[in-house]
Design a binder for this molecule. Structure first.
Ligand code: ADP
Ligand code: HGS
Length: 464
């Protein structure tokens, strides 16, 4: 009984979202705040064994990926050219590129740059290679809750050591939220306006708000930096630029814009949200991410960087290039007819990806085969909206998962995300480090992953 109470209690603290009750008319009229129910984040009961060598590799390559993203973000022509065909068939990416082009035309320079990234990997069982799934440069979720899961697992291993002969010290310390807050505070200091705030761009219906609040609480308590939360529509309604480029929203000067929304077409239901995105991009505020960092993190750019000799355009150090290239799975555009032919014959060996973030967007198996056959028939340009990626097969292991207080056993596969922060002002690199990790575990029968998308649970690693 102790076990479940311990887990449930800490699990409750992981409460990620408020199940928003629909505001019925009586309630709003009565002015009573509706009851809200917290649900704990879905978690794995115990950490997942993970090879220490792969863990170290993922941590070591993180600062190199930070530098790569920064260099790619500065090459406006590379971004526009690489995405030029996608622009023709993907309206969302096209709008992002339009904002980017407007910035290029006005020679807008982002002297202060803040990247809060998460590079996700799967350990391919057959080759024992740690292969990058994707690099998130916008709204990298769970820097807060991931720390709590590591703590929860360490405390459980301590509490039940007579039952579980496991060493809590094999679960790496995880301070992603503290390191992210520190990087954000350092960017705020570089902006050099003590009255300015950090503005968190949030979705109207946010279920992961406590993960966001965690970061802002550390920012306030440790660095005395205030933050405000605004939706894109509110920023359009309440925001404006001063002649010197200062962004004013709801009467507050904004030093840093931290996007926890704005990464998906659903975040832009009207022109109002796009106006807000452009207003912020035009401002002197430090955007996390800037439009260039956002584009540098698209899957199409990931695929372009995997082409021969492209990394050499952005990185000098041969060892760094080798470390980055070692993480690349097979990545192709849909122009490669041989790959298309193989993917139609062996659809289970590939994943087809649109330029989308947030989980639940990829195409697998027979759906992938049908999509490619359809495109072959109509021969249309639509294929420029997608990339093809080698499907990675991690080892399958048993686990106990907990969702909404109910535990169940299943066979799972996992995905390691390494958080990394980058702060730069002109040619001065102030922060460039890995910051902690997020382990996500999903049932092996599920193609898709993602906690917010409802497929995965939060986990931690037990180094072996
Ligand atoms: P998103 O940006 O929408 O999260 P991802 O590229 O991260 O899209 O893919 C979402 C999920 O799909 C991943 O968390 C993983 O579970 C699965 N996935 C993505 N790429 C691969 C791959 N190459 N091999 C196996 N699974 C993959
Ligand atoms: C937030 N509600 C991501 N971010 O990091 N996905 C998962 O938390 O701010 O759900 O598995 C928003 C993507 C991994 C976490 C969700 C990268 C979001 O989905 C933001 S774009």
């Amino acid at each position: 009984m102790m076990l479940w109470s311990g887990v449930l209690f800490v699990g409750f603290l992981l409460g990620t979202g408020i199940r928003r009750l629909k505001l019925s008319k009586e309630l709003t009229r009565s002015g009573r705040v509706p009851g809200v129910g917290l649900v704990h984040a879905p978690i794995s009961l115990l950490p997942l064994p993970f090879p220490e060598s792969c863990w170290k590799q993922a941590c070591e390559v993180a600062p190199i990926f930070n530098e790569l993203i920064d260099r790619v973000s500065l090459d406006g022509k590379f971004l526009q050219d690489s995405l030029s065909r996608t622009k023709q068939v993907d309206a969302f990416t096209s709008r992002l590129l339009d904002i980017h082009a407007t910035m290029l035309d006005s020679n807008k320079i982002e002297d202060i740059r803040l990247g809060l990234h998460r590079s996700d990997y799967m350990l391919d069982e057959q080759t024992n290679l740690l292969l990058q799934i994707e690099l998130n440069t916008i709204s990298s979720s769970f820097p807060g809750l991931s720390c709590l899961v590591s703590e929860l697992h360490r405390s459980l291993l301590h509490q039940f050591k007579q039952h579980l002969v496991l060493d809590p010290g094999r679960i790496p310390q995880n301070d992603a939220v503290g390191r992210f807050a520190e990087a954000m505070a350092k960017a705020w200091i570089e902006y050099n306006n003590p009255t300015a705030v950090v503005m968190v761009v949030v979705q109207t219906e946010e279920r992961n708000m406590y993960d966001q609040h965690w970061l802002c609480t550390v920012l306030k308590e440790r660095y005395h930096v205030r933050s405000i939360r605004k939706t894109l529509a509110e920023i359009d309604a309440q925001g404006n630029l001063l002649p010197d480029g200062t962004l004013i929203v709801d009467g507050e000067s904004v030093a840093v814009v931290y996007f926890r929304a704005g990464y998906a077409p659903t975040d832009y239901p009207s022109e109002s949200e796009w106006k807000a995105r452009l207003l912020m991009e035009k401002s002197s505020a430090v955007k996390c991410p800037s439009i260039s960092y956002h584009l540098a993190g698209t899957k199409k750019i990931q695929q372009e960087l995997a082409k021969p000799n492209i990394l050499e355009r952005f990185l000098e150090n041969k060892e760094d290039i080798a470390k980055v290239r070692k993480c690349f799975a097979g990545l192709w555009s849909l122009d490669d007819s041989n790959i298309i032919k193989d993917a139609i014959e062996r659809p289970g060996s590939y994943v087809m990806k649109p330029q989308r973030e947030g989980g639940g967007n990829n195409i697998y198996g027979d759906d992938l085969k049908l999509a490619l056959e359809r495109m072959e028939k109509v021969g249309n340009e639509e294929n420029a909206a997608y990339i093809l990626m080698q499907r990675i097969f991690p080892a399958i292991s048993p686990a106990i998962l907990m969702r909404e207080g109910v535990s169940f056993n299943d066979n799972v596969v996992s995905e390691l995300g390494v958080y990394a922060a980058y702060v730069r002002n002109k040619d001065k690199v102030i922060v460039n480090e890995h910051c902690g990790y997020l382990m996500r575990t999903k049932v092996s029968s599920s193609n898709e992953g993602g906690v917010a998308a409802g497929f995965a649970v939060l986990d931690s690693v037990y180094l072996v």
